[in-house]
Design a protein around this ligand. Structure first.
Ligand code: HPA
Ligand code: ZN
Length: 335
């Protein structure tokens, strides 16, 4: 069996996918035309050509501009449905989707419009594809804590439809502790907690996200490897890290995949998972991330099985939900 076939057959969970980051240029142009929204590109080709990023911020500028094409519930539904179909082809059995409500409410799109569209897709993905999912509301860290609290108020009538909260956007200069109170409030409301930390930011941000926000998973977290004591803690407490190899190279966190630290993270005993982050912008969905990092770092098939197993166990699903996926995973591993 060739490597890509093997990767696709592994049942896996995707735990780090920004649904707005799955907006392919073709759909962006279709939606922009349908909605009468102007885009900063003349064509699909020009959009793709503009995806040459220098750092996280240069990506975010285009990512937020692209999200401007999304206006109606139907748009969010189509976006998420396209993602679920693509993820299903890659062997994703469960996905935990980040969404950025502030990007939309700031443009006059109602919180409910976003949530209704995403939820309709999630229901259909479960029924038609057998892919289960959860929604993770992300607060934008370049905006204020007051803005995050206002977003939580929008979410309050819908808390049964949202599983967790996260923290994303520009990391440098926006330490997690700025959001300590809003995360404490979310925890009291029964929401699970994750945050981006240690992508561009220093290991201290990872520590702060763990100790002051009380997060259960670290999104990215690759820079945690600079702090051996922190790594010991992450290993001891089995805190999962949602690593995104192609994203890391496109945003120049590493100069190339051969110099990515994922293999060292695995060797240290960290609970590493592989994810796509913003697949429409970074050149590949989850299976492509598995394939390229496996080839660049010479990972063997048992490493890929470990990465897939970690993703299922690190998800917010119950053990009962995980059991059939884990059994299927072991069957593929042994075949
Ligand atoms: N980091 C921070 N914010 C984001 C990212 C990311 O990789 N993708 C979308 N928003
Ligand atoms: Zn991300």
């Amino acid at each position: 069996m060739d490597l890509m076939t093997f990767i696709r057959r592994l049942p896996k969970a995707e735990l780090h996918i920004h649904i707005e980051g799955s907006l392919e240029p073709e759909m962006m142009f279709d939606l922009a035309r349908r909605n009468g929204v102007a885009l900063p590109y003349a064509s699909v080709e020009a959009a793709r050509a503009a995806y040459a990023f220098e750092d996280l911020q240069s990506f975010l500028d285009l990512y937020y501009a692209g999200a401007g094409a999304l206006l109606h519930g139907q748009d969010f539904y189509e976006l998420a449905m396209a993602y679920f179909r693509r993820a299903h082809e890659d062997g994703v059995v469960h996905a935990e989707l980040f969404f950025d409500p502030q990007t939309h409410t700031a443009r006059g799109v109602a919180f409910e419009t976003v949530l209704d569209g995403l939820e309709q897709a999630a229901t259909e993905a479960k029924a038609q594809l057998g892919v289960s999912s959860r929604l993770i509301l992300c607060f934008l860290r370049h905006l204020s804590e007051a803005d995050a609290f206002a977003t939580l108020e929008h979410a309050r009538p819908h808390l049964h439809r949202i599983h967790a909260v996260g923290l994303d956007s520009s990391e440098l200069g926006h330490p997690p502790a700025e959001f300590e109170r809003v995360f404490a409030c979310c925890r009291d409301l029964g929401l699970r907690l994750v945050a981006h930390a240690g992508e561009e930011g220093p290991p201290e941000y990872v520590r702060e996200a763990l100790d002051r926000l009380g997060i259960e998973r670290v999104d990215h977290g690759v820079r945690a490897m600079e702090d051996p004591v922190l790594v010991d803690k992450l290993v001891r407490e089995r805190v999962p890290l949602t690593v995104c190899p192609l994203s890391n190279v496109r945003l120049r966190v590493f100069p190339d995949l051969a110099r990515h630290n994922l293999k060292r993270m695995l060797a240290r005993g960290l609970c590493v998972t592989v994810n796509s982050d913003d697949p429409a912008y970074f050149g590949g969905y989850i299976a492509q991330n598995f394939l390229e990092i496996a080839l660049a770092l010479n990972l063997d098939r048992s490493d890929l099985v470990t990465l897939a197993r970690n993703s299922l166990q690190a998800s917010f699903t119950t053990r009962a939900e995980q059991a059939p996926w884990l059994a299927q995973l072991e069957a593929v591993a042994e075949a």
